[in-house]
Write a protein that binds this ligand. Structure first.
Ligand SMILES: Cc1cc2nc3c(=O)[nH]c(=O)nc-3n(C[C@H](O)[C@H](O)[C@H](O)COP(=O)(O)O)c2cc1C
Length: 142
């Protein structure tokens, strides 16, 4: 088991590509979160955006695995309606304390300023040892 977990959700593939790159670079375990049922576009834009705005969790195919054996957790997630998409909330909820957490928020605009500070505050409340948050514009992912 690596000391770093790269955990991600991706709807259209950009975040997956970045997560795979990060995991290779960090020699990390790569964990993909998948929806319990395939999400239609309408569901993503309506129910998904609504849930994102309210920091609600997603119905996942598998629960978030036990992350207690990792020191560093790298969380990558798309931005929906200005906020991290719902699966990020499953991860935040499942985070053990005292972890070093790095968030990559992947969006078309490269701007998630409406949720950035709130997300950092939530992670600090979870007792993370350190928190980093970085915006990524999806068009810059190769
Ligand atoms: C439901 C939904 C809502 C979105 N809302 C935003 C948004 O508020 N701001 C933004 O810049 N991009 C938004 N996007 C674009 C995605 O954040 C962007 O395409 C991202 O790269 C998707 O990552 P993925 O390919 O891993 O799913 C939205 C996309 C979807 C599907």
């Amino acid at each position: 088991m690596s000391e770093t977990a790269v955990i991600f959700y991706s709807y259209t593939g950009h975040t997956r590509a970045l997560a795979q790159k990060k995991a290779r670079k960090l020699h990390a375990d790569l964990i993909e979160l998948k929806d319990a049922k395939p999400r239609s576009k309408v569901n993503a834009f309506v129910a998904g955006s609504f849930a994102s705005l309210r920091n609600q969790k997603a119905a996942l195919a598998q629960p978030v695995p036990d992350l207690s054996g990792y020191q560093k957790i790298v969380l990558l997630c798309p931005i929906w309606a200005g906020h991290l998409a719902p699966p990020a909330n499953n991860v935040i909820d499942a985070l053990p304390p005292r972890k070093d957490v790095q968030v990559f928020a992947v969006s078309m605009s490269g701007d998630s300023s409406s949720s950035r500070q709130k997300t950092i505050a939530r992670l600090k409340e979870k007792g993370c040892a350190s928190v980093q948050y970085q915006d990524v514009r999806s068009s810059t992912i190769q």
